[in-house]
Design a protein around this ligand. Structure first.
Ligand code: URA
Length: 179
């Protein structure tokens, strides 16, 4: 099976996953992008716009992310964008068990795509992939190797959207490390 079909199979798994849907609503948001991407972006959980459309990062913070990656010289067509949690949590913020469960689907997506580097957008992505809370302000820009994978820690775009004066420049600098 080619990567595209393998990813479609995971999307179908997510769409019919009862555990994923617990205390959540809207459409499944499995992720989108190039199945052969060398760079993968991992966020937190879909927001309202994502849950309406079934597409990741298409709301306000998504626009900021997509613009920032263009500014860093990347093309949306070359990357894969997803989140550990695949549905909009009723409470907005995902629980640890939401992250733990969603990660099982995310790990399969990562294994299929096999990117050179995974950008961890904020603490939820770090909890999912590094297994622990991470002080983003202190650790952003760090490249970590774990279990044969390479990760870059940076801010979640919603934090950048809320406090542009504080985080925007650092976020943009972090993304330049992808060259
Ligand atoms: N924020 C995320 O973390 N993921 C999305 O898919 C959308 C917004």
């Amino acid at each position: 099976m080619d990567k595209k079909s393998e990813l479609q199979k995971i999307s179908l798994e997510i769409e019919s996953c009862k555990i994923c849907k617990t205390a959540k609503s809207g459409k499944a948001v499995p992720g989108e992008g190039n199945p052969n991407a060398k760079i993968m972006f991992v966020g937190e959980a879909p927001g309202k716009t994502e849950a309406k459309t079934g597409r990741p990062f298409v709301g306000r913070s998504g626009k900021l992310l997509r613009q920032a990656l263009k500014d860093a010289g990347l093309s949306e067509e070359d990357v894969y964008i997803t989140s550990p949690v695949k549905y909009l949590p009723d409470r907005g913020t995902p629980t640890i068990s939401d992250i733990e469960h969603g990660k099982t689907h995310l790990q399969k997506q990562i294994d299929i795509i096999n990117p050179n580097i995974i950008i961890l957008l904020g603490n939820t992505a770090c909890v999912a992939m590094l297994g622990s809370k991470t002080p983003i302000l202190k650790r952003h820009g760090e490249i970590i190797k774990k279990d044969g994978r390479k990760y870059l820690i940076t801010f979640h775009p919603s934090a950048v959207l809320r406090f542009p004066n504080k985080y925007k420049e650092m976020f943009e600098e972090d993304l330049k490390k992808l060259y």
